[in-house]
Design a protein around this ligand. Structure first.
Ligand SMILES: C[S@@+](CC[C@H](N)C(=O)[O-])C[C@H]1O[C@@H](n2cnc3c(N)ncnc32)[C@H](O)[C@@H]1O
Length: 185
């Protein structure tokens, strides 16, 4: 079987991020990607993570504490656009768009703020760094967001960024897909 979109995102990141690196989880949710990134950057690295829902923060904190990696993660109850306030280069940024699994399905990422965050994030990527964007578009705001993000990524300057799309073409039900943007060296 082909690896699913999340597996591909993680493989691409794991090939580029090493111990001591900096990474960002733009959509913390239940903390699965935050934990993955925290383990990858190791004790010397840092992860900055954002979510707008207190529920997501609580779940992620518990998860990270249980796994003994909480101290290497900076957690913000804030929109991911706030990453425009960061200045240090990062090796990886993960976006996992849509709603919090097990949470309120009406609270989803939104095209405009997502685009602002992607733009801010791209400017933080170090050469060889990667941004992955998992697009879940089977909800009302998702279609608009999907179109906006795809359009934005398609026009990125190819001498600065490489953009990859990983998607099943024959799946029904608006299956999620992955965009990955690599900052060229
Ligand atoms: C699909 S979930 C993320 C799942 C997560 N990566 C995990 O491993 O569990 C999307 C998350 O994005 C959050 N979100 C929505 N708008 C946001 C924003 N403007 N900034 C940061 N997070 C946002 C939602 O609250 C939700 O928790």
């Amino acid at each position: 079987m082909f690896p699913n979109v999340l597996e591909v995102a993680r493989r691409l990141i794991a090939e580029r991020v090493t111990a001591g690196d900096r990474a960002i989880d733009a959509t913390m949710g239940n903390g699965n990607d935050t934990l993955f990134l925290a383990q990858l950057v190791g004790r010397e690295g840092t992860v900055t993570a954002y979510d707008i829902q207190p529920q997501a923060i609580e779940r992620t904190k518990e998860r990270l504490e249980r796994e003994g990696v909480l101290e290497r993660v900076r957690i913000f109850l804030a929109s991911h656009e706030e990453m425009s306030k960061l200045s240090e280069p990062v090796g990886a940024i993960m976006f996992n768009l849509g709603y919090l699994p097990g949470g309120n399905k009406d609270i989803t990422t939104q095209a405009e703020s997502t685009l602002r965050a992607i733009e801010a994030g791209l400017s933080l990527l170090r050469p060889g760094g990667i941004m992955t964007i998992m697009i879940y578009w089977g909800h009302p705001a998702g279609q608009v967001e999907k179109d906006a993000v795809e359009q934005y990524c398609r026009q990125l300057n190819q001498s600065e960024y490489l953009v990859l799309k990983y998607q099943y073409l024959n799946q029904q039900n608006q299956a999620p897909f992955l965009l990955a943007v690599e900052r060229r060296s």
